[in-house]
Design a protein around this ligand. Structure first.
Ligand code: NAD
Length: 470
């Protein structure tokens, strides 16, 4: 089935999160004359990066990490729950950090943070439905934005972010921390060195049993419990397809130069039936409770296959309900070898004739050490010490601040954000239509043909001294 952007605008069901909040037609957000492509875009260097963090669940970790990065200060925080604000202020006091300005008290206090003069970067870690509206508002207020995953929920949100970044000439980056995992960076390094040969196929996933969090009641007094106001359960119950697609997918796209030499062409997507959410809720809360009676539309498992214009394939899976161990798969296979994770395995052939019949654990460890990505070699140990998903959160924030301080392009741009997040709406539409094939929009409008691939990006210690971070 051929599809274009307008087809997705039909009917309230496909209405974007942004539009639903603003109460207007999704088409109203279209900006007719953006200011040109943002590939390779670099903003003027910032002597100091002043960060405003909105949403202090996961965002609290962002406050802690950003405060440790030289040349970076958290100047503002915003949350609707007072206890979450207090927790961040307590941490600042205990760690000798200047207290950031506080924005709270109502659902739209974040607007004042975005409008303030002492913020350069809005770091948005709110529930999904707020991601795009806050990012659009912040860019229009002249701020760079970094948005938690998924940054956009609909194709219209994706286009609105692309066109607003193009118009305002500001960075709009998705905080895809998994691109900075040790094994992901190793795979990127192997791919860049040509040791996997020509890349053919990737497998990505988000398999994580989140039932306890989804049904957990958020205690506003304690600022703890499940997700705020059941935001994740509420979204999952109304949607099919893969609505949390980027953790496994982002790194595979970087290995394959998606939007920088190749791009997504089309996809097909199929959902399994849903059982685990509903069985869990009935067993835990009773069949007559509101939880037990709730129907969840999201399948236990969604499986999507993307075909790229250069003929590669990527399988992407999503399952947040089944009782099974965590996995992002992270499999990349080429004409000379394969790397995969959960558990970590790698096999490299000498040439395009030799076979790789087995994974040799000892040799795998040798390859891991020999081809460690320079960024991980440089700051990996420190990142592990500071923490955040084994260090990858810190490396992501470090690179983001480093690039802003030095006027460099970011590792992930607004086109990466849009193409990765386009899966939300496309997989839902395909899964609801017997896995029909759907075209993926070219958000770069042809720019993918000439854009430079992401290199092996590192940190120049003479420009950002991380030696004093403890
Ligand atoms: N990259 C990762 O590894 C990772 C991990 C966890 C969560 N996330 C993402 O981070 C985001 C937040 O997830 P979470 O686990 O912290 O959820 P959460 O529910 O724990 O936290 C959300 C926070 O946003 C606040 N909030 C809600 N409405 C608000 C408003 N109008 N104004 C200001 N604050 C508001 C809530 O009070 C809460 O503190 C989600 O997008 C999620 O997908 C990413």
């Amino acid at each position: 089935m051929k599809s274009n952007r307008r087809e997705f605008l039909k009917g309230a069901f496909w209405m974007g999160a942004t539009a639903a909040l603003a109460g207007c037609s999704t088409g109203a957000l279209r900006i007719s004359r953006p200011g040109g492509l943002m590939q390779g875009f670099a903003a003027a260097p910032l002597k100091k990066v002043r960060v405003g963090v909105i949403g202090l669940g996961r965002g609290f970790g962002g406050v802690q990490r950003m405060f440790q990065i030289p040349g970076t200060e958290v100047t503002a925080i915003c949350d609707i729950v007072p206890r979450r604000i207090d927790r961040a202020l307590e941490w600042c006091r205990k760690n000798g950090k200047k207290a950031p300005k506080v924005y709270t008290g109502n659902e739209e206090a974040w607007k004042k943070l975005c409008d303030s003069d002492d913020v350069d970067l809005v770091y948005n870690a709110t529930p999904w439905l707020l991601h795009t509206p806050i990012a659009l508002y912040a860019m229009n207020a002249g701020k760079h934005v970094a948005i938690e995953v998924p940054a956009a929920l609909t194709l219209d949100d994706c286009w609105a972010l692309v066109e607003t970044a193009e118009k305002t000439r500001l960075h709009c980056m998705q905080l895809e921390n998994c691109c900075y995992g040790e094994t992901e960076l190793l795979a990127l390094n192997l791919a860049r060195k040509g040791l996997l040969g020509d890349l053919i196929h990737g497998e990505a996933a988000y398999i994580h049993d989140l039932r306890e969090y989804c049904y957990g009641k958020f205690d506003k007094e304690k600022g703890a419990g499940g997700y705020y106001d059941y935001w994740r359960l509420n979204y999952n119950k109304d949607h099919a397809g893969n609505q949390y697609e980027t953790h496994g997918l982002g790194p595979i796209c970087q290995y394959m130069n998606i939007n920088r030499g190749d791009r997504f062409d089309y996809l097909v997507s199929v959902d399994s039936k849903q059982l685990s959410f509903e069985k869990y809720a009935k067993a835990k809360f009773g069949p007559d409770s509101w939880e037990g009676k709730m129907k969840v539309q999201m399948g236990n498992m969604n499986t999507t296959v993307i075909k790229t214009v250069l003929g590669r394939t990527i399988m992407v899976q999503h399952d947040v309900a089944s009782p099974r161990p965590y996995s992002r798969l992270n499999l990349i296979s080429g004409t000379k070898g394969i790397l995969c994770d959960y558990p970590f395995r790698v096999a490299l052939a000498k040439d395009e004739i030799e076979s790789c019949h087995v994974f040799d654990k000892e040799n795998g460890e040798k390859i891991r050490k020999e081809h460690m990505h320079p960024l991980w070699a440089q700051a990996g140990e420190l990142a592990k010490k500071i923490g955040g998903h084994g260090g990858m959160d810190f490396l992501m924030d470090l690179r983001l601040s480093y690039c802003l301080q030095n006027g460099l392009p970011l590792d992930m741009d607004v086109y990466d954000l849009a193409s990765w997040c386009s899966l939300g709406e496309l997989t839902e539409k395909s899964a609801r239509n017997r896995g029909c094939s759907l075209d993926v929009p070219d958000f770069t409008k042809g720019g993918w043909k000439t854009a430079k691939p992401l290199g092996i990006e590192t940190i120049d210690m003479s420009k950002l001294d991380i030696s004093n971070i403890s």
